[in-house]
Design a protein around this ligand. Structure first.
Ligand SMILES: [Zn+2]
Length: 68
């Protein structure tokens, strides 16, 4: 079982907030790299999954998704 659960569409909080002052990010792409978008200013960044997991503080909102 994974230590941290997160998925596409979730709103997450990172250890460091974005310079715009917002610390809410939406996961918009999952893969080897994860793309997150700042909820405050719509700026998006691509982060290697390992780095993302290290920087992730917590998941604020779990998106609705189907179990497969
Ligand atoms: Zn921002």
């Amino acid at each position: 079982m994974e230590a941290k659960q997160f998925g596409l569409g979730d709103i997450v909080q990172m250890k460091k907030p974005h310079p715009c002052g917002t610390n809410q990010w939406k996961i918009i792409r999952m893969g080897m790299d994860i793309r997150i978008k700042c909820v405050g200013c719509d700026h998006s960044v691509l982060i290697p999954r390992q780095k993302f997991e290290k920087r992730l503080k917590k998941v604020l909102v779990f998106a609705q998704r189907q179990e497969e």
